[in-house]
Ligand binder design. Structure first.
Ligand code: ADP
Ligand code: MG
Length: 479
């Protein structure tokens, strides 16, 4: 177990004892290690230290500007949360380049792909202002995911126009390119880009009501409003009260007459008030079947841009950026193989990279050419779809326990270990998220999954029997 140090707030203000700070920071790092990937931990956290905690300001020493930027940009919230768990609630965290710390990262061509200037301001959801509409309190910012930013979007031949239009909108929402209609095939970055506009506007204008909704969500809420409230005024008010409305995948409006009618009114209300509307679709307005003519023409009033699959160079840049974000430096040769073999959309490209990184991470090895080639070759032999359920069933069977037991509440060691191994397998083979893994195993709390997987990963390093179980299971899974 990790040591958990608890200090009261006032006491912490006086915490100057270096030993205590070191112990506290070790505890914090211990927890962080369990919640980020190994690559991320080694690259961004391993060589950090808590230099000072005084007057509610925590100063964290880091090796270089690259680490500083990454911690500020990507991991600040995690650091704040983990400090809070250990009894410290700093008002501010400063990341300071500390010469006593040896540099972790060798600068390479990968580094230039990451733009240190583009530091996102992260305002916590709870700190954002709320609006009251029709007696209901709404957050000013709905449906946006911080994961999608301009900063981590690689611009290339297929998407530069769309990118430029989206950036232009941030400066003048509602005035330029209204509506903006982006279209293109699956997995080429439509959702990423329109979410990034929303995030960027929300960052510079914290009071703007920025709403992102998938068309499915819009349809579902409309149907619910009809069913349960018998009138749709709350629903209508909610969407018509937005300053920026982002609707993803509007091709799904096809064939839904009443929803189209509602959308038409929403569109008009917003448009007349110079509110920005952004839409995405897998095809241009003219090709969406059974779309009312009046909507079709309105969709094309502003700017319609198609997005093309990325070319080879862009695919390489995307791979290197994504690997760097995970703390891994992909060399040119490996990048090129991945970019050649996974040549479809960006989601596929990401999938191949994640598979490679997970494989290497589990075995604590660096990606090399041999692994990459073997991975693609063995992929061919492996059945494409192994479900979470199949993995759990096979794990239970392997240990001769019942599926009820592995999914159930029992805490006996001969059930707990297989359960932990099943969680580990879901992570290593299917790359599922921790909450999803917990859910698959009937657990409510995703930290159970984090701890279990962390434990198995560690044990794989020194426990021969665990290593053997996992090895056998993997063999059989694909047999
Ligand atoms: P779409 O909505 O067009 O189906 P997404 O926006 O969901 O595609 O993109 C699929 C995945 O690829 C996402 O994880 C997204 O972050 C990533 N992605 C797409 N385009 C880029 C890009 N140009 N740079 C970096 N990541 C990208
Ligand atoms: Mg999408």
């Amino acid at each position: 177990m990790l040591p958990t140090l608890l200090f009261s707030d006032t006491k912490m203000g006086e915490l100057q004892d270096h030993m205590q700070e070191t112990a506290l920071w070790q505890a914090v790092l211990g927890e962080i290690e369990l919640s980020v990937s190994r690559g991320n931990f080694v690259t961004w956290f391993k060589n950090t230290q808590l230099i000072r905690y005084k007057d509610e300001v925590a100063v964290v020493g880091v090796a270089n500007i690259f680490v500083k930027n990454q911690l500020e940009r990507k991991f600040n919230e995690l650091v704040v949360e983990t400090l809070a768990k250990n009894g410290i609630k700093p008002v501010k965290i400063e990341y300071k380049i500390h010469t006593g710390i040896s540099p972790q990262i060798k600068h390479s061509e990968t580094d230039v792909l990451i733009n240190p200037a583009a530091i996102q301001s992260h305002v916590k959801e709870t700190e954002r202002p709320k609006a009251v509409i029709g007696g209901v309190t709404h957050s000013y910012r709905q449906g946006l995911n911080d994961r999608y930013t301009f900063d981590n979007f690689v611009v290339g031949a297929g998407n530069e126009l769309a990118y430029a239009a989206c950036q232009a909108i941030v400066g003048k929402p509602g005035k330029k390119y209204n509506p903006l209609f982006l279209y293109g095939g699956v997995g080429i970055g439509k959702t990423h880009l329109i979410q990034a506009v929303g995030n960027a506007i929300a960052a510079v204008r914290p009071k703007a009501r920025v709403i992102y909704a998938s068309t499915e969500q819009f349809v579902q809420e409309f149907v619910d409003a009809l069913r349960f409230k018998k009138n749709t005024s709350d629903f209508a008010g909610f969407y018509r009260g937005s300053d920026v409305l982002i609707v993803d995948d509007v091709q799904f409006l096809a064939g839904k007459e009443r929803v189209q009618e509602e959308f038409f009114h929403t569109f008009n209300a917003l448009y007349q008030n110079n509110k920005q509307i952004i839409m995405s679709s897998d095809k241009p307005p003219k090709d969406i079947p059974t779309l009312e003519e009046r909507l079709r023409s309105r969709f094309a009033w502003g700017m319609t841009i198609d997005m093309q699959p990325p070319d080879f160079e862009t695919r390489c840049a995307i791979l290197q950026t994504k690997a760097a974000a995970q703390g891994v430096n992909l060399n040119q040769a490996i990048t090129e193989v991945l970019a050649t073999r996974a040549s479809g959309n960006i989601r596929e490209l990401e999938g191949a990279l994640n598979q490679l990184l997970a494989y290497c991470e589990m075995r604590a090895i660096e990606p090399d050419m041999q692994i990459v080639t073997a991975m693609f070759d063995s992929n061919k032999a492996r059945p494409k779809h192994i479900s979470a359920r199949q993995i759990i069933e096979r794990t239970a069977k392997h240990f001769h326990i019942s599926i009820e037991d592995i999914l159930g509440p029992k805490r006996d060691k001969d059930i707990v270990v297989p359960r932990q191994i099943a969680m580990y397998m879901l992570r290593s083979e299917l790359h599922l998220s921790f909450p999803k893994i917990a859910h698959e195993l009937g657990r409510k709390d995703h930290t159970t999954a984090i701890h279990s997987i962390g434990k198995i990963e560690k044990e794989l390093g020194y426990d021969g029997s665990i290593k053997q179980y996992v090895g056998e299971l993997k063999e059989r899974l694909y047999a």
